[in-house]
Design a protein around this ligand. Structure first.
Ligand SMILES: O=C(O)CC[C@@H](O)C(=O)O
Ligand SMILES: [Zn+2]
Length: 511
């Protein structure tokens, strides 16, 4: 057993963890930084190719560690010296056991595609990357139940189940990099939620390593299991603050036999809601997505090469667009319904839409989706994004975007050198708006103008400050806008019970 006397014990005051002044509480935890002694121990658990560390004897370069300390938006950055990439659940268990004993905080990391800083260290925590755990454990083509390691990339799982005529119940723009364990840990929403519901419904089981190294095996493949507390639900959306999800059992739906999509151009935002009602009524069971992008979001997607631009006459006079998708069992049936809908919409006395562009082939289908899915990438090419991922009543979508824009204008911040655009897009069918404020640079002035302003606005609608992206380090200080004191106190008790030393992803989700 190695002596702990060489551990560098450092106090992490709350001030070092949280940027918000409200968090400056006298509480603190003592955490240890990783030392060469710890590396020597990790070398007994993992082969050296699974350890990246700037410490001796590994001596990785700053370049090697950089991708684990930074997010893709270049908004969050950490100072981790060490990244561990276990291959088995047992190895995760041994690592956590050691870290817990030595008070070394850890940050679980999947594909690092998050938007709220949840997978980036705040200080020099050890990063535990799940990337080397990427095996499918089993798939039952009859039930459609897939059991996979947490580090499996979402797209590779989609490809795995496709020949069996199944699809994953979740689809995200980040599917090429995000991992199923990260999807589950952040309770990611995405583009299929309208049809298949949230991961709280489709995840059947999880395998989790608890902070002290105990392996919690809840990896069942049962559709029905009504045996008391449903513990797995606690880890769905816990963002690695209660343990590390190492395996996931998930129900994959049968692949639709026919999918179609269409982009509708609307003259006013006010038409979106009546349109949604009409579409639901006419398409009923075959409606699988109803996504919204405002005009500026569309223009940015086109400007930055996401999908193919619509023809000029289809865009003229459009205030916003709706992308709707159908998925069903018989192509002729679905196409007939969709064509009837379009005809009714275009020939109505007071048409809700200007035009509709229907994909005619798979390439066009993909291109229409790219216009919507590509907004996030377009935004990141356009500037630095302040992202608010909120649930509010559908009727308030436009109001929230306009009010935020007007507020920034009144602060003198709406110009090319500060905030360039305020845009809204998102999942109308789920009541989830993505309010993105695109600036030239991240500045304290813009930050102060936006927060708590946006959170208060959301709260005034009794909305949620995080519909699907999670809390991460971005919104810990704002959790009270969406959770009452009783709920917060219970969450803290749960955290304390699972992770009494607070080593699991400190500074994320709850303070
Ligand atoms: O970048 C965003 O704000 C949203 C990302 C994602 O949730 C989406 O719906 O495209
Ligand atoms: Zn989204």
């Amino acid at each position: 057993m190695l002596s702990t006397s060489t551990s560098v014990v450092r106090s992490w005051t709350r001030a070092s963890l949280f940027r918000s002044p409200r968090s400056l509480r006298p509480l603190y935890r003592s955490f240890s930084s990783v030392t060469e002694n710890d590396i020597a121990h990790f070398s007994k658990i993992l082969d050296n190719s699974s350890i990246i560390s700037t410490l001796s004897p590994i001596n990785s370069s700053a370049e090697d560690i950089h991708p684990f300390n930074n997010d893709w938006m270049k908004k969050y950055s950490g100072r981790a010296t060490t990244v561990l990439k276990p291959r088995t659940t047992q190895q995760v268990s041994e690592i956590l056991k050691w870290c817990n004993e030595k008070n070394i905080p850890v940050v679980p990391q999947g594909g690092n595609t998050g938007l709220v800083g949840g997978s980036i260290p705040l200080n020099d925590e050890v990063v535990i990357s799940l990337a080397n755990m990427s095996q499918v454990r089993s798939f039952d083509p009859v039930s459609g139940i897939l059991v996979a390691d947490a580090g499996c990339i979402l797209q590779s799982l989609t490809d795995y189940v496709a020949p069996h005529n199944h699809i994953m119940p979740i689809d995200l723009g980040a599917k090429g990099s995000c991992q199923i364990g990260g999807n589950v840990s952040t309770n990611a929403g995405g583009l299929r939620l309208l049809r298949y519901g949230s991961l709280h419904g489709s995840v059947l089981g999880v395998e989790v390593v608890l902070p002290d190294g105990t392996i919690l095996d809840q990896l069942t493949t049962l559709r029905k299991d009504n045996t008391g507390y449903d513990l797995k639900q606690l880890f769905i959306g816990a963002e690695g603050t209660l343990g590390i999800v190492t395996g996931v059992s998930i129900l994959t739906p049968p692949a639709p036999q026919a999918s179609n999509n269409v982009i509708l151009a609307l003259p006013h935002f006010d038409n979106v809601l009546p349109l949604y009602q009409t579409v639901k009524r006419q398409l009923s069971e075959i409606l699988s997505a109803f996504e919204f992008i405002d005009r500026t979001a569309y223009d940015l997607a086109v400007k930055h090469g996401q999908g193919r631009a619509l023809d000029e006459q289809d865009v003229e006079g459009a205030a916003c667009f709706v992308l709707l998708e159908t998925s069903g069992g018989r192509r002729e049936h679905d196409e007939e319904k969709l064509n009837d809908l379009l005809e009714n919409l275009l020939t109505a006395d007071h048409p809700l839409i200007n035009t509709g562009v229907l994909a005619q082939n798979p390439a066009q289908f993909t291109s229409l989706w790219a216009l919507r899915e590509g907004v996030t990438e377009a935004v990141s090419k356009e500037g630095k994004a302040y992202k608010y991922d909120i649930s509010i009543p559908l009727s308030a979508f436009k109001d929230v975007v306009d009010t935020t824009r007007n507020h920034l204008q009144s602060k003198g911040l709406l110009h090319e050198d500060a905030v360039k655009h305020v845009i809204g897009y998102g999942h109308v069918g789920d009541g989830n708006l993505h309010l993105n404020v695109i600036a030239n640079a991240y500045t304290d002035e813009i930050q102060a103008a936006l927060e708590p302003f946006v959170y208060e606005l959301v709260s005034s609608y009794r909305g949620s400050i995080s519909a699907e992206h999670g809390i991460g380090s971005m919104k810990t200080h704002a959790l009270h806008y969406s959770k009452d004191q009783v709920s917060l106190a219970l969450m803290k008790k749960i955290k304390e019970m699972f992770d009494p030393k607070g080593i699991m992803n400190p500074g994320k989700v709850i303070e």
